[in-house]
Design a protein around this ligand. Sequence first.
Ligand code: TRP
Length: 480
Amino acid sequence: MADSPNCDLKSLSPLQLFERVTEQGEKVRALKAGKAPKDEIDTAVRMLLSLKQSYKTTTGQDYQAGLPPKDLVSINNGTTKEEDEDFVDPWTVQTSNAKGVDYDKLIVRFGSSKIDTDLINRIERATGQKPHRFLRRGIFFSHRDMDQILDAYENKKSFYLYTGRGPSSQALHVGHLIPFIFTKWLQEVFDVPLVIQLTDDEKYLWKDLTTEKAYEYARENAKDIIACGFDVNKTFMFSDLDYLGTSTGFYKNIVKVQKHVTFNQVKGIFGFTDSDCIGKISFPAIQAAPSFSSSFPQIFNGKENIQCLIPCAIDQARKSYYLDPYFRMTRDVAPRIGQPKPALLHSVFFPALQGAQTKMSASDPNSSIFLTDTPKQIKTKINKHAFSGGRDTIEEHRKYGGNCDVDVSFMYLTFFLEDDDRLEQLKQAYTSGELLTGELKKVLIETLQPLIAAHQERRKQVTDEMVTQFMTPRKLAFEF
Ligand code: TRP
């Protein structure tokens, strides 16, 4: 595993190598400061030099403290071909390929594991349920330690789910629902507790928002989350600004994480600089802590060792940074504070209407379908803005066919159309040229309109009292 201390340096990503060099530099400094024996210092210095050498070989750059690697080296053939490469660091995701990011490469770079047919079959056997379309279609494509969760589950040991949302605005688009739709399915088929963190503190720190506004957005976003159908008896949702002050369990875990992560490490992992406020620098500990069951004594009866499974989007497309580094850090700290490492499930990026290469933005209403859109807006947006893999003229389209790999309407259908056979028929017909772009768009419009309308109907039913109920610390319908 890439996050175990003794793995082969060649298998590390540039960012991971960067972290290693930073850590080793710290170690050398500490040894020197503590006047350690000379041979011990020499060994640590030799290790540092060899790490720096590996870093240079892998990235083609000299290591510079505080400056994480920017360009990623091709792992295909060992040459650097920046413009052909997907670019992923904690804050940015770009791809030059219209099909989107190459996920197999991403798995190698992350050191995570592919969700393969074996694992999907195992989930089916363990739960006795047909795997969710997000699993059948590779939308949740990567994991860390999901096999351990299943081992435990098959031995009648429970686990819990943890996911979250940064409430930066009221405008949620359909892509934001993906982790929640999937989490709801997981909660149902495994019948386990779920905690949902609303990081209003994070949004206060990062955006131009007051604490009051951030908290208000948290409660508003909670309504959309509740509208996904979560069971109030099995789900605890919390605002950081709120819960942190009332829970000693949560805060204890935060300081434990804080004690085990250095400034150098967070600089390396998240790219913080000396002029970032200290709130940002310590925030990763706050997002890490819900991965430990003792943060929720009311749910787990004070038990410390209940394993956690975190479904998350690798990228939160709107903001374009990925969450995995937070949980890589968490997994690194966990054994050092005597807690199990959280397991993870990663989903693919949700493409903007304009195509897989562009980024979605909450401030651009045309970049996606929003949960507040009317049937008419949905229709207009798709017809006007959904990037088409079809040909320029009907004649050409009939002759050469369309390209589903780059067609955003088809991509959205893979997320939202439940019927596998229908999806396959559409793919065949579009690829052969029998189905035109306008006809494919019509199918998407007719799929999304009722789905969004139903969401709006459910959201209308969610009252402030219900939000308060979800957000009240309490025991859930599980014995621990
Ligand atoms: N910081 C995340 C965001 O901005 C929200 C979040 C908190 C989260 N904890 C999480 C997301 C756990 C996934 C899993 O959206």
